[in-house]
Ligand binder design. Structure first.
Ligand code: PBG
Length: 332
């Protein structure tokens, strides 16, 4: 036998020999408790409505939302993040349905709380885009621009109404300057110091939100580039992070997850609060579409994406696969 050069002195392959060995030395573990299920609930439907661009995800009726919440809890998922889809006729320029105590999101929160109580962490999307007829995350000024401070007043009211409905956590996703501070004040003012804020700290203006626009029947034309971050920027996220923590964020989030793992890693190493990542609609759709074509192995791809997000530093992951993934992982 001819020996070319010397044999390796280190052999990392020794620790990859068997499934048990690989399991033992795994640096990242995924547990059902790491997962949070985002869920859509549509007003005025008695049957769930499929979302074409997100195969397997639906706009729930109140009834199927209750069931989905119970199923998530039974699988060991930690929380549920609710998005309301109002009837089209209820959309207006200021998103009135978002602050109506009888609005779909508030009704959904009550229904889920009735079903699962405190056994799931119940969270609400705190944003106006689902309720405005122009589809923007805020109210517009006379020139049609998103008016930051006028929007903050709407968010303050939304936070109070959502707290009244019974959420444990509000998730402001509109990327207005100062939103966390204003929402904290609004909650404290009504004696709801107990309601936590999951701040969308680094939320990028992403093409991967595409399927979500169908999911919430968005009325948006144009884009959100004047309020969501430019995908080119990383330092800017650390600036947003400092503001959110200073304003009282209890937890922070990076969104999307997959294309922004560097941002996630940086944020995670910079803070001492829990860090979440949102694996968004387009990330979900890409895997589902490729799997449907037989181009990738669906279940393995799903777990790999979730493991990667955990490895990068997210303690919690919002994912549309939460219940299914939790069921596969088994309750830890
Ligand atoms: C805004 C909001 C969006 C998402 C969550 N909250 C859409 C947007 O910013 O355009 C996207 C979530 C997803 O794509 O899964 N309320």
């Amino acid at each position: 036998m001819t020996v070319y050069g010397s044999f390796p002195g280190s052999r990392p392959r020794r620790l990859r020999t068997t499934p048990a060995m690989r399991r033992m030395v795994a640096e990242t573990r995924l547990n059902p408790a790491d997962l949070i299920l985002p869920a859509f609930v549509r007003e005025g439907v008695s049957e769930p409505v499929p979302i074409a661009a997100m195969p397997g995800v639906v706009q729930h009726s109140l009834d199927t939302l209750r069931k989905a919440a119970v199923e998530a809890r039974e699988a060991g998922v930690s929380g549920i993040m609710l998005f309301g889809v109002p009837e089209d006729a209820k959309k207006d320029a200021v998103g009135t349905a978002g602050t109506d105590p009888g609005g779909i999101l508030q009704v959904a929160v009550r229904a889920v709380k009735e079903e699962v109580g405190d056994e799931l962490v119940v969270m609400s999307d705190l944003c106006l885009d689902e309720y405005t007829d122009h589809g923007h995350c805020g109210v517009l000024d006379a020139d049609g621009r998103v008016d930051n401070d006028a929007t903050l007043e709407r968010y303050a009211e939304m936070a109070q109404v959502q707290a009244d409905a019974g959420v444990h956590v509000v998730g402001p996703s509109g990327m207005m300057d100062g939103q966390v501070g204003v929402i904290r004040d609004a909650l404290d003012t009504i004696g709801r110091e107990d309601v936590a804020i999951l701040a969308y700290t680094a939320k990028y203006s992403s093409a991967f939100y595409g399927p979500f626009r169908e999911a919430v029947a968005s009325s948006l034309t144009g884009d959100r580039k004047t309020y969501q971050q430019d995908p080119a920027n990383l330092r800017e996220s650390l600036r947003e992070l400092a503001f959110d923590l200073g304003e009282g964020a209890d937890m922070v989030m990076v969104k999307p997850a997959g294309p922004y793992l560097d941002v996630l890693a940086k944020v995670a190493e910079s803070v001492d609060v829990p860090v979440a990542a949102y694996q968004i609609s387009g990330e979900y759709a890409m895997v589902e579409a490729a799997a449907e074509k037989g181009w990738i192995e669906r279940d393995k791809a799903i777990l790999e994406t979730l493991t990667g997000i955990r490895r990068a530093g997210a303690q919690m992951i919002l994912t549309y696969w939460a219940t299914e993934a939790a069921q596969k992982l088994g309750r830890a």
